[in-house]
Write a protein that binds this ligand. Structure first.
Ligand code: UDP
Ligand code: MG
Length: 334
């Protein structure tokens, strides 16, 4: 059984109306921006004139993020807070949010206000126009250096070239998903959750909106290059086995070249009786072959490691605490 199915049932499931929209906010040590975030989110949701739900997923914050989020209320919307038992990473936090989201549509948004909540009504109108997924593409990346932009572009080029799913470039986790897409994603059993890929995997009718990504309001990014490298590698190895194929092809090409070369060496020796020579070329070949072999073994190890993690079937996250505050308009309808 998957961890998603084992989640505790929503405490108020029996009496709540289905929210029009669920907004998932994964947060990790975001106490500095959280109040502004909640305010701006509520303002944006009020414009929809429909009962919505906001789900704050506290990814094991060490600051006051949890107590803040658990105390948030809204007159018109349900505010839920889910607290994970430790820091499981944003990918797991989003999965936790998706498992809880009951809305007809679901939006994922960062707590640091880099994704402006003011765009929500526009995303919703695209959804109402019939699209199941609204991807938000960053037209400008404020507060990010050329190196980050360059490596990001390279990553999208590589993964789109070698994997079957189509990852739109410069689309982060900020997006709208119809509930039926969410249902499909919740059923994907993998433990290594490369969410950008999982969001793209179900397909459905998609559209892309452009937006300018702001720089962080406060606090600092939780991503460093080591983590981003890890994420990129995880994305590639969980969505494609092409690297393994490339290792096979490289091996085959080198073998053919070796046979041709052996033939040349052999005929030279027969014709001219070459004395022993060629120490440099032999060293070069040995080192080159050794390198390629180690690389291929390491690559295989990466995939076997993935299998190992999947085989253990550990839950993606552990929920430690939950809190719900139902907006009065919704409780009145019960
Ligand atoms: N986040 C999280 N768990 C983590 C790291 C980050 O839930 O382990 C949240 C974080 O609080 C923020 C969002 O994920 O709401 C994006 O994180 P961040 O701003 O650090 O990433 P960036 O915007 O630099 O890509
Ligand atoms: Mg951010």
């Amino acid at each position: 059984m998957s961890s998603i199915a084992m989640l505790p049932r929503r405490p108020d499931e029996a009496y709540i109306v289905q929210p029009f929209l669920s907004v998932i906010v994964p947060m990790y040590n975001e106490s500095e921006v959280l109040a502004t975030c909640h305010e701006r989110l509520c303002d944006a949701l009020d414009q929809l004139h429909r009962p919505c739900e906001i789900i704050y997923v506290d990814d094991g914050s060490a600051d006051s993020s949890w107590s803040l989020a658990a105390a948030f209320t809204s007159p018109h919307h349900t505010v839920r807070a889910v607290r994970l038992s430790r820091n499981f990473g944003k990918e797991a936090a989003m999965s936790a949010g998706l498992a809880q989201a009951a809305g007809q549509a679901v939006i994922i948004i960062d707590a640091d206000l880099q994704d402006p909540p003011e765009l929500i009504p526009e995303m919703v109108s695209q959804w109402q126009a019939g699209f199941d997924v609204v991807d938000m593409q960053r037209s400008k990346r404020h507060g990010e250096g050329w190196f980050k932009r360059f490596t990001a572009a390279a990553f999208y080029r590589v993964i789109n070239h070698i994997s079957e799913v189509d990852l739109p470039a410069n689309v982060g986790d900020f997006r709208l998903l119809d509930q039926r897409v969410v249902r499909e994603i919740n059923q994907l059993p993998e433990r290594t959750r490369f969410m950008k890929g999982l969001f793209a995997w179900p397909g459905f009718k998609r559209t892309t909106l452009q937006f300018e990504r702001d720089s962080r309001q406060a606090g600092e990014t939780k991503w460093n290059y080591r983590k981003l490298m890890h994420l990129a590698f995880e994305g590639i190895t969980s969505f494609s086995t092409r690297p393994l194929r490339m290792a096979t092809v490289a091996g085959a090409m080198i073998s053919v070249a070796a046979i041709v070369w052996a033939f040349i060496v052999w005929s030279k020796t027969l014709l001219w009786g070459d004395p022993v020579a060629g120490y440099p070329s032999m060293m070069i070949m040995m080192l080159l072959m050794g390198g390629i072999q180690l690389l291929s073994i390491g690559l295989m190890g990466e995939y076997i490691g993935r299998l190992f993690i999947e085989a253990k079937q550990r839950p993606l996250y552990v929920v430690m605490d939950e809190s719900v505050s139902v907006g009065y308009e919704q409780s009145r309808e019960t």
